[in-house]
Design a protein around this ligand. Structure first.
Ligand code: XIL
Length: 348
């Protein structure tokens, strides 16, 4: 009796020790992320380096099995394409509508995916009531909007695009908008309100045409983020939309330089709306490799599933064609995710 007890205890201890030993193994070769991540998918391949691979999703297509099959299989991060924008979520002042956005968030959570919230303050997609406000009334409405939307989704959003596209092309000055006319400090006021509304969400500044390091717009955004970090304004990430094409050509390894320089300010960087005119496989692979080279590049989101789903459908810029078949760009991205020289992205 005594002996069997001791033996049982010993076996139990050994089991405990074995369990501890397993727990001590570094996670470098493990596949983090949701259990739904299958090998041979974009999300599964990205997870090997601790990164996500996402897509924009539109609520109106969640009833289309051809669409949801691909979206569910290949991606582990979801961005509502339009459903969280101001005109959709607060069509009348103080009356919030989350029906369409909730469908996407519920679908994402049911399927083990995370969500990027897009976007709280943007000069476009504004409801009429907001466009007619100015000065302190507009400032108050901006804060109220942030509070209303972020409290509804509190704890369910990985990262919010708090402010979208606040800088002008060319000069790199602030874009002239109703928000800007309330004063230069509107962006930091938005980030402070956002931090208070959901402390668990990462807070991003998101913009387009800021991929090339030398451009004045990139430099202006960089200066703002550096200033925020220096003064303790809460910001956790910068989103690079990465809509590439003849109007905004992908320029060699310049994106990598930009990602590195922003990351050195102590923020995550993310590719948030990737699409490339005509979907050249080599360019898609190069963008993936740029992200993989920068430890603080947390992940990549493409702006839609199949070419006909794209806002630039005429340019066939995505990874799947209209039949849902994988394009050469898909194969190039998967290969880069699997075989690229990647740094690991830490979770947090
Ligand atoms: C686009 C959507 O894809 C379109 O469906 C919509 O008509 C306009 O907005 N930058 C952004 C995204 O931050 O929200 C935009 O999405 C594309 C450019």
């Amino acid at each position: 009796m005594e002996f069997r007890k001791v033996l049982g205890l010993t076996t139990g201890l050994l089991g405990l020790l074995a369990g501890l030993a397993v727990a001590e193994i570094p996670q470098a070769n493990a596949t983090p992320g949701p259990p739904g991540n299958k090998p041979g998918t974009l999300a599964g391949a990205a997870a090997h380096s601790g990164r996500y691979f996402g897509t924009a999703v539109t609520a109106s297509k969640l009833g289309d099995p051809a669409y949801t099959t691909i979206a569910n299989r290949e991606f582990d991060m979801v961005t509502p394409e339009n459903e969280m924008k101001l005109d959709a979520t607060e069509p009348r002042q103080g009356q919030f509508v989350f029906t369409a956005a909730d469908r996407i968030v519920d679908w994402a959570v049911e399927n083990g995916k995370r969500v990027r919230g897009h976007t709280l303050l943007w000069h476009a997609a504004q409801p009429g009531w907001l466009q007619s406000l100015s000065s302190s009334a507009l400032r108050q409405a901006m804060t109220d909007h942030i509070n209303g939307v972020m409290s509804h989704y509190k704890g369910r959003i990985y990262a919010w695009d708090v402010v979208n596209e606040a800088f002008a092309d060319g000069t790199g000055a602030r874009r002239n908008s109703n928000f800007q006319r309330t004063g230069d400090d509107w962006i930091e006021a938005a980030f402070r309100a956002a931090r208070a509304a959901d402390p668990a969400a990462k807070l991003c500044y998101n913009d387009y045409n800021i991929e090339n390091w030398a451009s004045a717009k990139t430099q202006s955004v960089y200066a703002m983020v550096a200033d925020f970090r220096a003064r303790g304004v809460p910001i956790d990430c910068v989103g690079f939309q990465a809509h590439f094409g003849s109007g905004n050509p992908y320029d060699g390894s310049d994106l990598r330089t930009t990602l590195r320089n922003f990351a050195a300010l102590g923020v995550d960087v993310q590719i948030t709306e990737l699409d490339i005119q005509a979907a050249p496989p080599a360019t898609y692979a190069a963008v993936v490799n740029d992200c993989l080279a920068v430890p603080r590049c947390a992940g990549i989101t493409v702006w839609g599933v199949r070419d006909p789903d794209s806002w630039r459908s005429g340019e066939t810029p995505l990874l799947f064609d209209g039949n849902g078949d994988k394009k050469p760009a898909y194969t190039a991205v998967l290969h880069a995710l699997r075989h690229g020289h990647h740094s690991h992205h830490g979770h947090g």
